[in-house]
Design a protein around this ligand. Sequence first.
Ligand code: FAD
Length: 431
Amino acid sequence: MENFNFEKNSQEPNKGKRVAIIGAGPGGLSAGIALQQEGFDVKIFERHKQTKALGGAIILNAIGINILRSYGIKTDDMATTAIQRFRRFDGHQRVLQQFDSSLLNKANVSGWMAGLMRSELYERLLNKIPDDMIVNNHDFISYEEGSEGINILFEGGKSYTADLLIGADGVNSLVRQQLWGKSELQHLGIAVWLGWSEVEGLNRNEIVLNHSDIFQFGYAPLVFKGKNCFEWWFVEPCGENQPEPNDPLSYIRDRLKNFAEPVPEILNATKPQNLFRWLIKYREPLNAWSKGRVTIIGDAAHPTSPYAAYGAGMAIEDGYFLGKYLQGLDLSDVTVIQTGLGKYDNQRVKYTNHVVDFARTLGKIFHNAPKPVRILRDFLLDFTKIPERNIVKNSIEEAESLLKTVLDLEKGNQLSPLTEAEYEEDKSVKF
Ligand SMILES: Cc1cc2nc3c(=O)[nH]c(=O)nc-3n(C[C@H](O)[C@H](O)[C@H](O)COP(=O)(O)OP(=O)(O)OC[C@H]3O[C@@H](n4cnc5c(N)ncnc54)[C@H](O)[C@@H]3O)c2cc1C
């Protein structure tokens, strides 16, 4: 077995400070920066030869923006929006979400959400990572935990010994599988098409979600390479093996032909190469992520429907909170690790499970509900405030409270993990 070569790559790490992260996605990179800031010796093992981002535009909320700032990353050029509107396909307004403006002021952001390209997020995170932290071409296979540390095994007989292992290896995480056993990745019966285009003259201070009976078209402002653009997403019911259409833009236009402006305008401005389809997958949530010297973060822990528009954001948050809860700990002692990771689980597991659950419920209600449920849904949306109250309760209140925690931490205050009592109130998702 070939051991990791420190002479070639970096200095020998300190026992008690050795952290190995599997996967250089947004979660792994965030954890890498956060833990290095806390004085740990971090290595991120990525199976690809090069670390680069695939995918289109994503949404980051004020929590993610503030975390990036705490890493010293520039965020003031992001296109933030303070309003989220739900509209019927013909333009009739159904729900208007406004965010707490005094909190936004405290957070030093002009809006709650910002659109940015996944590639730009990567670039900004990578700029904060020292060259020798990422070890490419290392495909994780398994780990062996011992009293003195954890031995991590890679394809080709390579290995590395650490005090703590973090699985940031995405939706098909092998770290999660070894730690918590196999679980089925279920197709939710929904596909999301993600695209972006350059359009002038639209309101850049709002995110708009337009729904018909079974389709959704949403759009949000995006700044890409200094240019004012819009990112958009089209959500439709979709079988797991349904092939992609030959001409996706005509296919989408056809399904949205009754949608009011600016939907046609945004679609017409989209270039075919700036568009891709993504099938939505789901795993039954876990009640804990950490055991012994191992934990998981990001999509490895909570594969997230893009309905939440929060997958990359939650992965970044996971990494940030790991840094906070492991601050100052000697990781050679497994009981010390367990205390830190227990607090991390307490902070993150229920919060992210709730986000994932709510996104899944919205996906079902808007795209896969039987006809009678759709009629009731549209009646409630068109004539009552019940959906608005539920959306605020399920997607805003807890996030605003989390933002307050991050702002407190950045002021130098101590972290108080969420208690079970804070989750006692009924969080079940109802319409
Ligand atoms: C290809 C892709 C495109 C996406 N596009 C969008 C988008 O346009 N908009 C949006 O809102 N969200 C998008 N998402 C979702 C969002 O970005 C994810 O929720 C977010 O990336 C989760 O971050 P993560 O770090 O947990 O996992 P990931 O981003 O999946 O990163 C996991 C990393 O682990 C590596 N890895 C996996 N297995 C191993 C192994 N055995 N050994 C070593 N390394 C391993 C992978 O190569 C990868 O680099 C996309 C996700 C993916 C995977």
